[in-house]
Design a protein around this ligand. Structure first.
Ligand code: G6P
Length: 609
């Protein structure tokens, strides 16, 4: 779960590498480091803590055009400067930055220690530097290749060599690696974001491949040392530069970007066909008749993407009458999942790099299942392993807590439901109604954002509590789950979500003055029952905040605080009710002085098991 970047070219390497690390910080941010060739030596500078700490250490101008760098999320070994990357071999001939986990590192370490090697860190990665140096007399390529053949585990790795000043070698197995091709300069990184602003030309490296980079050229070889011809892809990186655009935090910027990102998810309107009351997602690679054959849809995802999937389940089941299962992808692997021919699997992921979701996709595909991807990161690992899908076009999301990706995922799931539904039972009239409702969403979200100050006041009242309950019924239940996740991720206040119906089956015991509840209560089927639940909480001295899409006397009477979003079709209401909940998480964290964009212990992209 780390970010790696390498540079070789005509520019000063350190500023380029630092810019790359800033772009990659979402992958981990507990320590960082750079390794450059300087005066015929590999100079490593690393530091525990945020990137600013490393920046402070980089006071000397190092005239060098080649280097590798790393931003860390600790797996093996605590958060210390010694454990930060790069790691070097015993004689300083090789340095490595590594993303992934080497499973057999202890055995290799013992073997090398028996030969007298001394290790300076507790990491699995340092072993790789020692191993390559052990074989370095074979030449860098052979040395890396031989070392790789002895590793079990996952890696995206970059190697720098003291005696080969015009070469970086990279290798990939289970952790992403992408080459950026510039004018007489090359980049090699765990994510194309690292070179956004320098080049749009990218080559995605696959598992089992090794990259040999010079500033003019690159070669990709497989494990048998056979050269592979790779496609150069042109990426649209325009919205991918890390820039807060005047907002104090990325989280707030991304919440406020949602009118636009939801519109982009609808292909700026191009994915909607108003006259036919339907949507068009060409990338699904499915014909009308394929939709008839689907008997079940199975969504695979983690975290916020999974809650988007849970909301998608309500929308898809309502519009298509196809049963939907949503799986926590980490729970799916190793349980011999059932893969039936007429099940359509859908992986939902912002990054396209989440290890658990990738592992689930791999398992399903091995069993012959068809997997679509609803993804944000173009060219990501999942984008290249799925059988089709749709990008959600949210633009790069930098805050660890996901917001705009969530609303874009729900939007694209709604488009998919509408598209499949229209080939089945949905009438043209209902289809047209939904298309209009979808088109109205951006303005409705804007009107919620205009009332952000109301939520700021609510946050003042939440911030001193140690626990908050979130509740809703039906489609509002997964909204409550996502809302609770947002609060706990960024404010560190314990928050739990329950279906309002399950309240009496246990959670009611928790209700007291000290534990406020947030109810998502929208008009329609569950309205009355939810009001009763709110009353049950009030009767036990519980304070209640209500997020609703209607307002009447009863609601005003039962709610201690009420926030009203515009009304909409009930299936699309989560796209509105979630917005105040995101703001509540943000403002509570702000009031508590939390590290909003980089909450403790978390990383945006979880690329380890
Ligand atoms: C991490 C992030 C979450 C995200 C989840 C899934 O836990 O902190 O914000 O929802 O991973 O990530 P994905 O990239 O697959 O959507």
């Amino acid at each position: 779960m780390c970010g790696i970047v390498g540079y070789l070219g005509n520019r000063e390497a350190v500023p380029v590498l630092m810019q790359g690390l800033k772009q990659l910080e979402y992958r981990g941010y507990d320590s960082s480091g750079v390794g450059v060739l300087h005066r015929k030596k590999i100079k490593v500078i690393k530091e525990q803590g945020k990137l600013e700490m490393l920046e402070r250490k980089l006071t000397d101008k190092l005239n060098t055009n080649i280097g590798i760098a790393h931003t860390r999320w600790a797996t093996h070994g605590g958060v210390t400067t010694e454990n930060a990357h790069p790691h070097s071999g015993p004689e300083g001939k090789v340095a490595v930055v590594h993303n992934g986990i080497i499973d057999n590192f202890s055995n290799l370490k013992e073997e090398l220690q028996a030969k007298g090697n001394v290790f300076l860190s507790e990491t699995d990665s340092e072993v790789v530097a020692h191993l390559v140096e052990e074989y370095i007399d074979l030449g860098p390529e052979q040395a890396v290749s031989k070392a790789l053949s002895r590793l079990d585990g996952t890696y995206g790795m970059l190697f720098l060599f003291r005696d080969h000043p015009e070469m970086i070698i990279g290798a990939r197995n289970g952790s992403p690696l992408v080459i950026g091709i510039g004018q007489e300069e090359m980049f090699l990184a765990s994510d194309a974001l690292a070179f956004a602003g320098f080049t749009q030309h990218a080559v995605f490296v696959d598992d089992g491949e090794m990259v040999i980079l010079s500033n003019k050229d690159y070669r990709v070889v497989n494990r048998q040392n056979i050269q592979i011809n790779k496609n150069v892809e042109e990426l649209d990186m325009s919205s991918n530069i890390k820039d807060m655009q005047g907002f104090p935090h990325f989280l707030l910027k991304e919440i406020f970007e949602q009118p636009k990102s939801v519109f982009r998810a609808m292909g700026r309107g191009g994915r909607l066909l108003p006259d036919f009351g339907t949507a068009l997602l060409g990338g699904l690679n499915m014909e009308k008749r394929d939709f008839y054959d689907i008997r079940k849809i199975h969504i695979l995802a983690m975290g916020t993407a999974m809650y988007a999937g849970e909301i998608g389940k309500y929308i898809i089941e309502d519009l298509t009458r196809i049963p939907v299962e949503v799986s926590d992808a980490s729970e799916l692997c190793g349980i011999n999942p059932i893969v039936e021919k007429d099940t359509l699997f859908v992986a939902v992921s912002q990054s396209g790099e989440t290890r658990d979701t990738i592992a689930a996709v791999q398992e399903i595909k091995q069993k012959g299942g068809r997997v679509l991807g609803l993804l944000n990161a173009v060219g990501s690992t999942m984008a290249r392993m799925t059988d089709g899908g749709a990008y959600i076009h949210a633009g790069a999301e930098f805050s660890v807590a996901s917001t705009k990706a969530f609303t874009s995922q729900v939007t694209v799931l709604a488009l998919m439901a509408l598209m499949i539904g229209r080939t089945r039972d949905i009438s043209l009239t209902r289809g047209k109604e939904l298309v209009q409702e979808l088109m109205d969403l951006p303005d409705k979200i804007t009107s919620i954002l205009e009332k952000a100050d109301e939520i700021k006041k609510m946050a003042e009242r939440i911030k001193d509590h140690h626990s908050v309950m979130y509740m809703g019924r039906g489609i509002n239940y997964p909204v409550a789950m996502e809302a609770a996740l947002k609060l706990k991720e960024v404010s560190y206040i314990h928050a739990e979500a329950y279906s309002a119906g399950s309240l009496k089956h246990g959670p009611l015991a928790l209700i007291c003055e000290e534990i406020p509840s947030v109810f998502i209560c929208t008009s329609g089927d569950y309205q009355e029952k939810t009001i009763s639940n709110i009353q049950e909480v009030r009767a036990r001295n519980g304070r209640v905040l209500v997020i609703s899409n209607y307002e009447d006397d009863t609601l005003r009477k039962v709610a201690d605080e009420l926030f009203v979003v515009p009304s909409s079709d009930s299936l699309l209401s989560p796209l509105l009710t979630i917005v105040p909940c995101q703001l509540l998480g943000y403002y509570t964290a702000l009031a508590l002085g939390r590290d909003i964009d980089q909450p403790r212990n978390l990383a945006k992209s979880v690329t380890t098991d």
